[in-house]
Design a protein around this ligand. Structure first.
Ligand SMILES: [Mn+2]
Length: 343
């Protein structure tokens, strides 16, 4: 079943969860604030309803989510040893719920190593990515929502669920980070209303603001300076890259590139930006941002990726120079194709 709003999905999801005992919540690789907020909010909610809950992220959490209460409850799959086939996933789980994950493959190694485990259990998908194909037993996919956390707020309200300050803080983290602090075009009246309600419910807004803005590691700032020194521009498009050499020379973490993506997305006078990040295996991850009217999700999909119209990503084969060239050709065409460019 595929539902596109929480009101309609609420009874079906409740029905699917009702007779279960142990719920495994999973989110996407390189989780962001929305992914972590989603795991915690829904996990804590179901726990207070009496379910046994396991929360799982494929790779480590971003620094700025580290001070969320109960965040230590989230297990990180990649930190468990590779040698065991059944690592980390409890046999007692009788329901799997995927949150903020546009594609099942975005749970990365969990998807590759746990196919039988995943296939043997019912799956609920709750997501806000337009490109999600809805492969769950029950799917709630509402691309009109700013963040998965906003969608979960809809769902909790439809259930008349009790939203504790802890749950409210987790949800507000997701809405805040996915709207880039209420700046992007997905900052809808409903996103703002949800945020207001959550602050009223006791969300710790000050903690989120402090942690999101004042937690950039020193090494990330050094990487930003290296990457910005190679920033290039062609008309309304700007781009730069992060190489493995750059990253190693300053000792920056893998998620440092996200700061650079955000930084260049804030430049004025542009229609689209791209950050190319060379991965350890030589493949290239591109993160795209655009102004309304330029659909970078379509560009990402062209290369097997996905995301939102104004924020999307894909992975291309290396080397870096080739990946840049191929991607930029499609991005240029997309920007040129924008309606107000036509005469
Ligand atoms: Mn999200």
């Amino acid at each position: 079943m595929l539902y596109t709003n929480a009101q309609e999905a609420a009874p079906a999801i409740a029905e699917c969860v009702r007779d279960k005992r142990h719920i495994l919540l999973i989110t996407h690789v390189n989780p962001d604030g929305d992914a972590v907020g989603s795991l915690l909010a829904l996990g804590l909610y179901w726990e207070q309803c009496g379910y046994n809950v396991t929360m799982l992220a494929p790779t480590p959490l971003p620094l700025y989510t580290e001070r969320l209460r109960s965040v230590e409850r989230i297990k990180v799959y990649s930190e468990t040893p590779v040698y065991s086939e059944t690592l980390a996933l409890p046999e007692t789980v009788d329901l799997i719920v995927l949150v903020d994950t546009g594609d099942v493959q975005r749970i990365a190694r969990i998807y590759q190593e746990q196919r039988d485990y995943l296939a043997a259990r019912p799956l609920i998908i709750i997501d806000h990515h337009a490109t999600n194909s809805g492969e769950g037993t029950v799917n709630l996919i509402d691309a009109s929502r700013s963040s998965n956390c906003e969608l979960l707020y809809d769902l909790l309200r439809a259930w008349n669920g009790r939203i504790t300050p802890e749950i409210a803080t987790a949800l507000l983290m997701g809405i805040t980070t996915d709207t880039q602090s209420f700046k992007t075009s997905n900052t809808t009246p409903s996103a703002l209303r949800a945020a207001a309600d959550l602050i009223e419910a006791g969300a710790d807004r000050a903690l989120i603001m402090r942690d999101v803005y004042s937690s950039i590691p020193f090494e990330t700032a050094k990487l930003l300076s290296l990457s910005l020194s190679e920033l290039r521009r062609d008309g309304a498009i700007a781009w730069t890259h992060v190489t493995q050499v750059m990253q190693r020379s300053v000792g920056a973490q893998d998620d440092a590139a996200a700061e650079i993506t955000d930084y260049i997305a804030n430049l004025g006078g542009l229609k689209a930006t791209a950050l190319f990040k060379e991965r350890r295996d030589g493949s290239v991850k591109v993160s795209l941002r655009s102004v309304p009217g330029v659909d970078v999700a379509a560009v990402a999909q062209h290369f097997g990726g996905g995301g939102h119209r104004q924020a999307a990503g894909a992975t291309l084969p290396g080397p870096l120079g080739d990946a840049e060239e191929r991607l930029l050709a499609v991005l240029r065409a997309t920007v040129m194709d924008q309606p107000n460019n036509r005469t």
